[in-house]
Design a protein around this ligand. Sequence first.
Ligand code: ADP
Ligand code: MG
Length: 148
Amino acid sequence: MKSTFVMLKPDALARNLVDLIILEFQQAGFTIARRQLKNVDEATILAHYDEVIARVQLPFFKERILESFVNQDVVILEIVKGDDVVSEVRTLIGKTDPKLAEPSSIRGKFGDDDMSVAISEGRLVRNLVHASDSDESAKQELALWFKS
Ligand code: ADP
Ligand code: MG
């Protein structure tokens, strides 16, 4: 058995989609090993997204991350399945841009945003859920978010 880290982002809570999204994971055969409601602080979200902040070359990207997450509630999950849990969860959540995500994926099914619109408006794309992209980042993110 292996674990991955999932975060239901503030837009998922604002739209009351927490239970429906968790049901998607359960119906796909994943086990929710840990679940916690968390109010986000600046240090944690900056540590979480430091690689993305370095990679995405958009003006004000860091500021947009801070205003979207700091002092907002999120739901954090540890999700468990077999050796391929990280990639299987990434497939289930779908592509970063909800407009391009498979209709059967979580972002495709529940997403209400479009990356090109978000970029033209200079903001983060709303895509409801984060999932770790490698075994190594899963380990780091689980340790970061579940530490307290
Ligand atoms: P993912 O969440 O699919 O792993 P990334 O790690 O590339 O995607 O980016 C983290 C988050 O930052 C995305 O989920 C999205 O909310 C936001 N984001 C990334 N790139 C952009 C972009 N070019 N424009 C707007 N928002 C972005
Ligand atoms: Mg990512």
